[in-house]
Ligand binder design. Structure first.
Ligand SMILES: Nc1nc2c(c(=O)[nH]1)N[C@H]1C(S)=C(S)[C@@H](COP(=O)(O)OP(=O)(O)OC[C@H]3O[C@@H](n4cnc5c(=O)[nH]c(N)nc54)[C@H](O)[C@@H]3O)O[C@H]1N2
Ligand SMILES: Nc1nc2c(c(=O)[nH]1)N[C@H]1C(S)=C(S)[C@@H](COP(=O)(O)OP(=O)(O)OC[C@H]3O[C@@H](n4cnc5c(=O)[nH]c(N)nc54)[C@H](O)[C@@H]3O)O[C@H]1N2
Ligand code: SF4
Ligand SMILES: [Mo]
Length: 706
C-alpha cells in the first residue's frame, strides 16, 4: 500500500485552510490541520473531507433527463453529448426569443478564487458566462447575500466596498460584532484575530438576536428583536448626538447631512427604542457612550442585518455611527483602503437590453451590473418584463435557498431548457435537462491568495468519476457556444494569467509547497485627509460630494430615502397586530451551524451526526407555554405553510422569538432534513425594497407540538 503525506489546502470550501493530507494508493484518507501556514485550522467539515469527496451521492457522469421535470429520471451521457445538447438548446432559445431569454445563477459552490477572478463579475460572485452570449441575465447568490453589506451600504456612505473597510482588531480597545458569527465562517481568520485580541484584553460586545457562539464568548451580549437593528442604531445615534459625544471636527469637515440626521434621530429616544427593539434603554445609553468614548473601536458585521425590511439602511446607519464617533481610519477602528481599479477584462454588457429586475431594483443593477434573481419567477411565469426560457445553475441550490420554493419550481417546470452543474443531485437538478458533474477543489489545480500570503492549490486526487473542474466545464461550454477563447483554456493557463503581473512570484510559488509571504504595504491612517482614497487624489471620500454621505446621493438618485431611515418589520408584532395573534413568535432563520454549509453535507453521515435533525431554537418560557421539550417534533407555521422541525429549548434565544435552521430540502439529504425546507415558511414578496433581498430574519410564526 502506497502512503503519501503532504501539505495542501483544504478543498471543501473556499476558506483555503492549510492542511496536511494522507493518501493511500492515491485516495484521500485523512485531513489534518497543518501548523504554521495561514489559517492552520480545521473545521469539522474539513475533517470529514474524505467522506464528502467519496460520498455515494457524488455525480459521476453527465446526465440527460429522460423523465418528467422533477421526477428524477436520467440517463448517463458523455461530456460531448451533454455539452452539445446544452449549447444547442441555448442557441435555439436565442434564435427564438433573443439572448436575454437565457438566465444564469451561480452560488456558494463557485467561490473558489480562480472562478471568482476569471468567470465572475468584478466585486460580485455572479458568473458572467452569458454576457458574450448576449444575455444581460446573469445572476447569483448576490441576489440574497453579501452585496447589501458588501457593496450597497458602504458605497452609499463612503464610495467604498466592505472589502475597503477592515476592522483593525489588533489595535482596538473595543470590538463590536454585530449580526455575524465569525466562528462558523470561512476562512476562520476573523475569528482567530478576535480571539487574539481578546487574549490581549480587548473587550468584545456582540449584538445579535441570539446568544450565538461569538456572543457566548463576548464580555457582553446585547440581544435584539430581529429586524429592528435600524432602530437600535438610530437610538445609539440619538444618545451620541444629543450628548454631543461625536467627533465634531470630523463631522464638520467630512460629512454631509449631519443636521438632517440630528433631526431624524430625535424620534428614537432610548425609551422608545427599548419598546421597538427590546434592548433596555439603559443598555442603549451605556453602549452609545462606550462606543463614542472609547478610543479605537472596531466593527465586524455581515448577514445578520441584511434580511429585514430596511437591511440596506440599517447597515448604512451602523457605518455612520462608526464614522461620526471618530472610528474611521484611525488605529483600532475601521481601517480604509482605496478602491481597486476595475479589472480590465470585464466583458462588455449586451447593449440595448436591461436584465430582469433592473427597473425594480435600479441601485442593485447600478452597483452589480446583473439581474436580481428574485424577479426570475415573474419573468418566466408572467413574461415580465420579457420571456425567459432557459436557466444555467452553477454551484447553487436555488430551491433550498430562495423563499417559497414552490414558486421557483413552477418557473423551472415552465422553462424550455435548464442545466445544473453541481457535485450532487440537488432538488434543482431534478428539474434540469442536463446535469454536469463538478470536481471538488481537492481534485483541481488553482491558487489561493490570503492577506499577506499566496499558495498554489495543487490537485491532491484524481477527479471522482468523470467529474471536471467547474471552471473548465464553463470554458468547454463557452467553446461550444463559439467564444471559448475568452476564458482560460486550461488550469495551467488560469494560474499563469492570475500571476501575469508578477511572474517572479509565480516562480517562487511553483517552488514552494507551503506558499510565499507577500509584503503588506505600511499602514497609513486618515487617508481621506491625504488624498489617498479618491481616483483624482483629492482629499475626501470617493462619493459624489467627496464626503461621508449621511444623506446619500446614491439612494436619493434612485428615489429611496437619503437618510438611513428605519422601517418596522412589515410582518411583525407592531406593524401587524392581528396576524401576530395567530403567529405570536418572531421567526428568524438560517444562523449558521458548524456541520453544514447552507444545504450542503446533510448527506454525509459523519457530519449529520453532529445534528441529525433540523432544529427550532425556542426560549424556555415559550416552550413551557406550549408543553414543548427539547427533542420534541414540532410544527413551525407561517402564513405561507407549515414545516416539521425538532425543538431545542434554550435560553440562547430571547422569549418571543425563534431561530430555525436553514438548508433542508434536497433529495440526497437524510430524511428529517430533506423534509425540512425552512423556505416554505419565508415570503417571496416581503423584501428590502432597495436590495430586493428577501426578509429571511424578521417574520411571524407559530410553533406547536406536532
Ligand atoms: N431562510 C433562509 N434562506 C437562506 C439563508 C438564510 O439565512 N435563511 N441564507 C442565504 C444565503 S446567505 C445564501 S449564500 C444562500 C445559499 O446559496 P446556495 O448557493 O444555494 O448555497 P448551497 O446550499 O451551499 O449550494 C451550493 C451548491 O454548490 C454545490 N457545490 C459545492 N462545491 C461545488 C463546486 O466546486 N462546483 C460546483 N459546480 N458546485 C459545487 C453544492 O453541492 C451545493 O449544491 O442561501 C440563502 N438562503
Ligand atoms: N459552517 C458554515 N459556514 C458558513 C456558512 C454555512 O452555512 N455554514 N454559510 C456561508 C455564507 S453563505 C455566508 S453569507 C456567511 C455568513 O456569515 P455570518 O453573517 O457570520 O452568518 P451567521 O454565522 O449566520 O451569523 C449571523 C448572525 O446574525 C444573527 N442575526 C440574525 N438576525 C439578526 C438581526 O435581526 N439582528 C442582529 N443583530 N443579528 C441577527 C444570527 O443570530 C447570527 O448569529 O457564512 C458562510 N460560512
Ligand atoms: S473552513 Fe472550509 S477550507 Fe477551512 S477547514 Fe473548513 S471546510 Fe476546509
Ligand atoms: Mo451567503
Amino acid at each position: 500500500m502506497a502512503i503519501e503525506i503532504k501539505p495542501s489546502i483544504c478543498g471543501i470550501c473556499p476558506g483555503g485552510c492549510a492542511v496536511k493530507v494522507t493518501l493511500e494508493d492515491g485516495r484521500l484518507v485523512k485531513v489534518e490541520p497543518h501548523k504554521g501556514a495561514p489559517y492552520a485550522h480545521l473545521c469539522i467539515r474539513g475533517k470529514h473531507a474524505p467522506e464528502i469527496i467519496y460520498s455515494p451521492h457524488r455525480l459521476k457522469t453527465p446526465l440527460i433527463r429522460t423523465g418528467e421535470r422533477g421526477e428524477g429520471k436520467f440517463r448517463e451521457a458523455s461530456w460531448d453529448e451533454a455539452l452539445d445538447l446544452t449549447a444547442q438548446k441555448m442557441t435555439e432559445i436565442k434564435a427564438r426569443y433573443g439572448p436575454q431569454a437565457m438566465f444564469s445563477h451561480s452560488g456558494r459552490g463557485t467561490f473558489e478564487q480562480s472562478m471568482v477572478r476569471f468567470y465572475d463579475m468584478p466585486n460580485t460572485m455572479t458568473n458572467k458566462l452569458l454576457l458574450p452570449f448576449g444575455s444581460p441575465n446573469i445572476s447569483g447568490v448576490d441576489s440574497l447575500c453579501y452585496v447589501t453589506y458588501g457593496i450597497f451600504a458602504p458605497m452609499a456612505n463612503f464610495g467604498l466596498l466592505a472589502t475597503n473597510l477592515s476592522p483593525d482588531f489588533e489595535n482596538s480597545n473595543l470590538i463590536v460584532v454585530w449580526g455575524t458569527n465569525p466562528i462558523t465562517d470561512s476562512p476562520p481568520f476573523i475569528f482567530q484575530r478576535i480571539v487574539k485580541a481578546q487574549q490581549n484584553k480587548t473587550k468584545l460586545i456582540a449584538v445579535d438576536q441570539m446568544r450565538c457562539d461569538i456572543a457566548a464568548r463576548a464580555d457582553q451580549w446585547v440581544g435584539v428583536r430581529p429586524g429592528t437593528d435600524g432602530a437600535l442604531i438610530l437610538g445609539l445615534l440619538n444618545v451620541v448626538i444629543n450628548e454631543k459625544l461625536y467627533d465634531r471636527e470630523f463631522v464638520e469637515k467630512w460629512t454631509l447631512g449631519f443636521s438632517e440626521l440630528s433631526d431624524y434621530v430625535q424620534n428614537f429616544t432610548p425609551q422608545k427604542v427599548e419598546s421597538i427593539t427590546h434592548v433596555p434603554a439603559e443598555t442603549i445609553t451605556a453602549l452609545a457612550r462606550e462606543i463614542a468614548n472609547t478610543e479605537g473601536v472596531s466593527l465586524h458585521t455581515f448577514t445578520g442585518l441584511e434580511y429585514s425590511n430596511c437591511g440596506m439602511q440599517s447597515i448604512r446607519a451602523l457605518y455612520i455611527l462608526w464614522a461620526i464617533t471618530g472610528n474611521l481610519d484611525v488605529p483600532g477602528g475601521l481601517y480604509l483602503t482605496a478602491p481597486r481599479r476595475p479589472l480590465q477584462d470585464e466583458f462588455p454588457k449586451p447593449a440595448g437590453i436591461l436584465p430582469v429586475g433592473a427597473e425594480k431594483y435600479p441601485l442593485f443593477y447600478e452597483l452589480t451590473g446583473s439581474a436580481q434573481f428574485m424577479e426570475f419567477p415573474r419573468a418566466v411565469l408572467e413574461e415580465e418584463p420579457y420571456p425567459v426560457k432557459g436557466l444555467l445553475v452553477i454551484g447553487s441550490s436555488i430551491l433550498t435557498s430562495y423563499p417559497q420554493p414552490k414558486i421557483f419550481e413552477e418557473a423551472f417546470r415552465k422553462l424550455d431548457f435548464m442545466a445544473v452543474v453541481d457535485l450532487v443531485m440537488t432538488r434543482d437538478a431534478l428539474f434540469a435537462d442536463v446535469v454536469l458533474p463538478s470536481a471538488t477543489y481537492y481534485e483541481t489545480n488553482s491558487y489561493q491568495r490570503y492577506p499577506g500570503y499566496a499558495r498554489l492549490r495543487r490537485r491532491v486526487i484524481e477527479p471522482v468519476g468523470q467529474s471536471k473542474n467547474c471552471a473548465m466545464i464553463l470554458t468547454e461550454l463557452a467553446k461550444k457556444l463559439g467564444y471559448g477563447h475568452l476564458f482560460p483554456q486550461s488550469e495551467e493557463e488560469l494560474i499563469e494569467k492570475a500571476f501575469a503581473g508578477n511572474p517572479a512570484l509565480l516562480k517562487k510559488l511553483q517552488n514552494s509547497r507551503d506558499g510565499v509571504e507577500i509584503p503588506v504595504p505600511e499602514r497609513r491612517y486618515k487617508k481621506y485627509e491625504l488624498g489617498l482614497l479618491r481616483g483624482d487624489k483629492k482629499p475626501g471620500f470617493p462619493t459624489p460630494s467627496g464626503l461621508v454621505e449621511i444623506t446619500s446621493s446614491l439612494t436619493a438618485k434612485h428615489g429611496y430615502d437619503a437618510l438611513p431611515v428605519y422601517t418596522e418589520p412589515v410582518e411583525g408584532p407592531l406593524h401587524n397586530p392581528e396576524l401576530y395573534k395567530e403567529f405570536p413568535l418572531v421567526l428568524n432563520t438560517g444562523a449558521r451551524i458548524q456541520s453544514t454549509f447552507r444545504s450542503q453535507h446533510l448527506n454525509v453521515p459523519g457530519l449529520v451526526k453532529y445534528q441529525e435533525k433540523p432544529h427550532v431554537l425556542i426560549n424556555l418560557l415559550d416552550a413551557a407555554e406550549r408543553g414543548i421539550k427539547t427533542g420534541d417534533k414540532v410544527a413551525v407555521s407561517t402564513r405561507r405553510g407549515e414545516v416539521i422541525f425538532y425543538a431545542d429549548v434554550t435560553e440562547n434565544v430571547l422569549p418571543g422569538q425563534v431561530e430555525v435552521n436553514m438548508g433542508g430540502g434536497n433529495p440526497t439529504q437524510v430524511e428529517a432534513w430533506r423534509q425540512a425546507n425552512v423556505n416554505h415558511l419565508t415570503d417571496f414578496n416581503n423584501r428590502d425594497p432597495i436590495s430586493g433581498f428577501p426578509v429571511f430574519k424578521a417574520l411571524l410564526c407559530q410553533v406547536k407540538k406536532a
